[in-house]
Design a protein around this ligand. Structure first.
Ligand code: CO
Length: 134
């Protein structure tokens, strides 16, 4: 069911310095910061030949990234995103298997303008998993 690794998301306390590490030290192509208020993050996309890295900085009062950074103040891997062909089919299959979808289970428009869902880390080997329809 799952296809390519779409991106690895890394929560960071300081987006500017994290961007500088990837752009200047590692020589990667990086985007301008993109605020996503619905998701409580500002993100920078790092383009790699085979996948992307998303740097996530908290945005707003109730950012899920802020809570993550309380536990990991230096930042860390926040989630992995796998591609699926049909998000509704994927969700229904996972619900039938007894997995938990975060939120109300309805796909939301994610950072790339495509529908996404998030799977509970307790069902996914301790890792927050995003599925994105491509
Ligand atoms: Co993501």
């Amino acid at each position: 069911m799952i296809g390519k690794l779409n991106h690895v998301a890394i929560a960071v306390p300081d987006l500017d310095s994290a961007t500088a590490i990837y752009r200047d030290t590692l020589g990667a192509r990086v985007s301008e910061p993109v605020p996503l208020p619905d998701h409580g993050v500002t993100t920078v996309f790092v383009e790699l030949p085979n996948t992307k890295i998303e740097l996530l900085e908290p945005l707003g009062e109730d950012s899920p990234i802020a809570r993550f950074l309380e536990r990991s103040p230096q930042g860390g891997i926040h989630h992995l995103c796998y591609e699926v062909a049909d998000i509704a089919l994927a969700r229904d299959r996972l619900l039938r298997e007894g997995l938990r979808i975060l939120g109300d289970g309805k796909p939301r428009i994610g950072a790339h303008g495509k529908p996404v869902i998030f799977l509970h880390p307790k069902d996914m080997t301790g890792t927050l998993i995003e599925l994105e329809q491509t």
